[in-house]
Design a protein around this ligand. Structure first.
Ligand code: FES
Length: 108
């Protein structure tokens, strides 16, 4: 049985900022996602590293599509959420993204 998903507005599209992660601050948005560039190519994953409780948006380093957790240097490909460096072995949750009228939305 499929659960009903809801559409959540994250932010406006910003094309002038360099690619970086940010954390959604909405209280009703759990788990807090992080994302790459807030552009029409935004990618959204859960914020917390699956190995520990590090916030990838606050403490991670995004290089291209790879975010490195600063706690133990595990890495994830944010396009799929799949881990690509130990000690991370569990994928990040990813969220479908849609862009409408200059706004970034995810399905949760
Ligand atoms: S908490 Fe992220 S690699 Fe350990």
């Amino acid at each position: 049985m499929n659960e009903a998903k809801s559409r959540v507005r994250l932010c406006g599209v910003m094309t002038s900022r360099p690619a970086r992660c940010f954390r959604c601050r909405r209280r009703d948005c759990r788990p807090s996602p992080c994302t790459g560039p807030r552009t029409e190519n935004s990618i959204v994953t859960q914020d917390l590293c699956t190995h520990g409780s590090s916030s990838l948006s606050d403490e991670g380093d995004l290089q291209g599509y790879i975010v490195e957790c600063s706690w133990h240097e595990g890495k994830f490909d944010i396009r799929s959420g799949q881990p690509c460096a130990l000690p991370c072995t569990e994928a990040l949750r990813t969220f479908p993204v849609t862009i409408a009228n200059g706004e970034v939305f995810i399905e949760v």
